[in-house]
Write a new protein. Sequence first.
Length: 140
Amino acid sequence: MGKWRKKRTGDTFETEVRYQFGPVAERFGLSELPDPTRGGLEFAGGGVGYWWLQDWRELHIAVIVHLERDGERYSVHLDDVVVNGGFGVAQDLPSGGSTWLATQKSIAAHVGWIERLHSRLTAADAPAFVVDAGGRRRRG
């Protein structure tokens, strides 16, 4: 990313995720899923999904990774994949959202990790990888 934009009227967490992650999602063949009841934004396709959330009380940003394989659903927080998967430490994935600049930087960091890990999260052994990183498995 590199250049941070001043917050303009109409800018929200969701618009910034679309701005930064949208081109990556398109490149990976992911579509934004309309689901106004859950909150946040979810992009999915090819058996993998990324659910972007912002907790306004904690001023925290998170991405939950979902896999759908053979009638089972797996989910894990992206930060667990980074840390428990041995790719980095918690400080490598900032998640603050107390200011617009912090929000932009946190989104950019999450986008970067998704770009690095997407091929791993779509590999044949991705379900085992997700569980090993602290994720959960449940049927349907």
